[in-house]
Design a protein around this ligand. Structure first.
Ligand code: 5AD
Ligand code: SF4
Length: 361
């Protein structure tokens, strides 16, 4: 089957996915991205939803081999924003009509942290008359904690599986990290009623196109509501960086793979939320806009104050660390307009897939 025939099909086989992920010619890629954009327009609309991202602490108990803020990296100045500072940013998001927030931080599960987050969720809900949607991205927690945060008002949770292949997952993490435990977390969130998001890193050392196709199939089989996946980007002070042979080649390839993953996922899951992630922008100044053109529909502008941004570097060349939130707002709006999408203000922008999934029950 040729490309035109594959793009006309409603159901894609594993072979089709491999074929699409291997496309190289400019014309073919153009066709793929256009098809993905057309499907987004049909199923979601030519729309972009914002999630104001607050990266409120870089303290982390984990030691993921690829990540710049891993516990053992002692070059990092550790910070945690105060409740007041976080609420100030949430208020900014509310006043600027960002429909939702993402609260993200390094992983901790001690009681003090769990209480702190719980309290924050309640206060953000109260401050915004229940209007701000809250997504959490705070790693692996107990089912009780997920439940507690859900009861307090968070309704979406992001936890990346990083790779759906257990062997590769293990190659990215020290021995005390647990692949099956992570899968259980995703199942628990779903049971509780969260809209569940996951994702992978694209193009880390040792991963192939076939592995990425398996990741796409994993999202589909697990009926995921939202996906945030981005290219692997090197961070010098990490073990994974030592496995990278040629960083320039890696960057070009990973931008390319990252965009193809977005487009092929849109073909596979037409009604889910797909984020245009910041890591794409680390590889190309307009990487996120390219992803919107290839079928993504979510942007997560960082709204943390400038003074904290430099200390939250998961990978090199992270964009926007010298900006304030208001600069980002104007800059992003101009960029989205170039794609032809409309920014939807003041709505949660839940994934249509979630409603279909839960209505089926
Ligand atoms: N490159 C790309 N993404 C990274 N993350 C962490 N380190 C890197 C890196 N070097 C991503 C992981 C994690 C998310 C918070 O950031 O996928 O889940
Ligand atoms: Fe911690 Fe997340 Fe980085 Fe892993 S990826 S070291 S859990 S911040």
């Amino acid at each position: 089957m040729n490309l035109d025939e594959i793009l006309k099909q409603d159901k894609l086989t594993r072979d089709d996915l491999v074929y699409l992920m291997n496309l190289k010619e400019e014309d073919d890629l153009e066709k793929l991205y256009n098809k993905a954009y057309q499907l987004k327009a049909e199923h979601i609309g030519q729309k972009v939803f914002y999630r104001g991202l607050i990266e409120f602490s870089n303290l982390c108990v984990k030691n993921c081999n690829y990540c710049g803020i891993r516990k053992d990296n002692n070059k990092v100045d550790r910070f945690t924003m105060t409740e007041e500072e976080i609420l100030d940013r949430a208020k900014w998001a509310y006043e600027n009509k960002y429909g939702s927030l993402v609260l993200q931080a390094g992983e901790r599960s001690d009681k003090e942290f769990v209480d702190f987050v719980d309290n924050l969720i309640k206060k953000i809900k109260e401050m915004s008359n229940n209007e701000l949607g809250i997504t959490l991205s705070l790693g692996e927690q107990s089912k009780e904690t997920y439940q507690r945060w859900y009861d307090s008002g968070a309704h979406r949770y992001l936890l990346r599986i990083e790779s759906s292949n257990e062997k590769l997952y293990n190659s990215l993490h020290p021995n005390d990290h647990d692949f099956k435990g992570r899968l259980e977390c995703l199942a628990e969130m779903k049971e509780i009623g969260y809209q569940v998001g996951t994702g992978v890193m694209i193009g880390f050392p040792g991963q192939s196109i076939e592995d990425l196709v398996d990741d796409l199939i994993f999202f589909k089989e697990n009926d995921i509501d939202m996906v945030g996946m981005g290219p692997y980007v090197l961070h010098e002070d990490t073990p994974t960086a030592k496995k990278v042979e040629n960083n320039e080649l890696l960057k070009t390839r990973n931008l390319n793979w990252g965009l193809k993953m977005v487009a092929v996922l849109r073909l596979l899951m037409k009604d889910i939320n797909i984020a245009a992630t910041t890591a794409l922008q680390a590889l190309n100044p307009v990487g996120r806009e390219m992803a919107l053109k290839a079928g993504a529909n979510i942007l997560m502008p960082i709204i943390t104050h400038r003074k904290y941004r430099t200390d939250y570097q998961l990978y090199e060349n992270k964009p926007c660390i010298d900006e304030e939130a208001s600069d980002c707002k104007n800059c992003l709006a101009a960029r989205v307009a170039t794609v032809g999408d409309e920014i939807v203000y003041g709505e949660w922008g839940d994934s249509p897939h979630y409603f279909k999934r839960t209505a089926k029950k």
